[in-house]
Design a binder for this molecule. Sequence first.
Ligand code: BDP
Length: 718
Amino acid sequence: MSTRLATAALVGLLLASGVHAEDGHALWLRYPPVSDVALRDEYRAAISAVACPGENATLGVAREELARGLRGLLDEEVPLVNSISRDGVVVVGTPQSSPVVAALDLETDLRKVGDEGFLIRSMSVAGKRATVIAANHDVGVLYGVFHFLRLLQTHRRLEGLSLVEAPRVQLRVLDHWDNLDRTVERGYAGFSLWDWHKLPDYLDPRYTDYARANASIGLNGTVLTNVNANATVLRAEYLQKAAALADVFRPWGIRVYLTARFSAPMEIGGLETADPLAPAVARWWKDKADEIYRHIPDFGGFLVKANSEGQPGPQDYGRSHAEGANVLADAVAPHGGVVMWRAFVYSSEEPEDRAKQAYSEFVPLDGSFRPNVLIQVKNGPIDFQPREPFHPLFGAMPETPLMMEFQITQEYLGFATHLAFLAPLYEEVLRSDTYARGEGSLVADVIDGSLHGYQRTGMAGVANTGTDRNWCGSVMACANWFAFGRLAWDPMLESPAIADEWIRMTFSNDPGFVAPVKTMMLASREAVVDYMTPLGLHHLMARGHHYGPGPWVSGGPRADWTSVYYHRADEEGIGFDRTTTGSDAVSQYFPPVRDQYESLETVPEELLLWFHHVPWDHRMASGRTLWNELLYRYQRGVDRVRGMQETWRSVEGLIDSERYEQVKAFLAIQEKEARWWRDACVLYFQTFSRLPIPDGYERPERTLEEYEAITHPYAPGI
Ligand code: BDP
């Protein structure tokens, strides 16, 4: 065979097998031809045409998406039709946009789907077999189209479809910690997607790709700017830029929000105070809100970090968080906007256990916020650690809507190079039982509003996106963006199901690939917990950039920014005593959770050192002493990463080599850094326990002094 023929044959083979060059940019929206030919033929028979009339932007993108998806998956053009004169038409629309949908008897089901939901049903239309994707509003149609395509992407059968879907949470938003200079706080995927300098005149096509990806998983909002806010974004010229982004996002059902710097009335408004009770300040926020809505008629509202980590806030004037939030809420209320006010606060003077401060601050304010305020609460009481108990505020503010804040970017879970699939973390929190109203009062029930009858509900994820070609700094990290979106839509989805969808849509439906990779992903977060912070340890990372271990971190401006404050290791033992005889953080939980955490007998081992200071020779369930258990877990974490490497090697050749090689290389980094974490922590804690590393464990490669001397002046994300 000539070289040219051989190359042509190879290319043909590659195309036929669906294996082609990939850089991850297409995310989970690749739409390759369905590889199972029999199934593809079945799909072709079931889908002969699309009937999706209607002339507005959202219906336009829904129609285009459906055509694009079907063209790819079915590997043929599917015609658009106006009438149902054959079998296999996909009928798409609302009763307003589609006369066919209007003529069908769908009222009962459409009543269930609300403003953003949809139904998908196999049914007979005008005597022909059809699939109907119907909704009350255009955005529901768009979500229905993405759902339908997902069924095909994951190779589901199409007969007898009868789905009724509606999001259980209203505000499903990404929080971008993006600065106006395009750096991203805790971002590990390059620079900010928002090119403020070229906006509003140049609209990077990526803005559309971004909105499309978000819409595909049901997200409907984006906070463009960092919680450590810059008042400049509220200036007129920046509002024009934000408005240009909002225009791009609107067809995809995505609203824009901005962070509001509390001192903005002084910084850009020329006032002498930002006191929320000063009439001039209230006036300023009202005028500013009116101005914003002139630029962005469907502006979502403000996200605010106040009196936290040096940010200005109402307490600077002796006012409460409620008085601060309400002045902003009043400004946006006439336009239908909301204020997402963060509960991530801890005082600079307070000697109180930091884990307790948000609860102490906010519970007394329950009921004093305006109806358009949501309090945004991090999943745990400290700060996005690999494992934390759920935040005690969940369930404790029945009169005030609380929204969830998860972190998608892996600030504390190895940045972009560590594989840590976070759906199990999110799921663990959402399914935790607060017992606020007796057994079965799940965090998910607080978040979706059902427990306390909240009128407003929300879930925010701190984004991991950036200018990297693959969006998230790593192909695998995009699974966390996907998982967040799916859980914001339905907080009771299960991690295995989410992983299954993502793997099939992102890589392959080959069972030989899906099964092992799913197992690997589902165990990955627990591996990170093991090699970083086992048994309830937390906040052991290096100072400032948070990259790598730093259990020795002490001193500096404040105790609760050190590691020693949290692990409290001494010659007797290790752990933070948060029992009733310690900091009493346990009492912020409802019984019986409080009692479970209080007792050394009943506290889950995963949270042991979060709540207790435990002697080194304490007997664990395994029969090991605490010291030996700690070593066992650190070693297990490293071994688990090695297991992940083995799994990944076993799937070589089943996907494109580009993405395969990236994941392989990143797993090697993860293995190296898992050893680094293990060795640094074990050697450091050994200076307190003075106990030997038993036989059978790997010896640390370097000395403690060497680990302590490691610096990373240019670690990303700060
Ligand atoms: C911490 C981050 C810091 C954020 C802060 C926050 O290290 O960069 O500003 O959370 O959520 O985890 O406000």
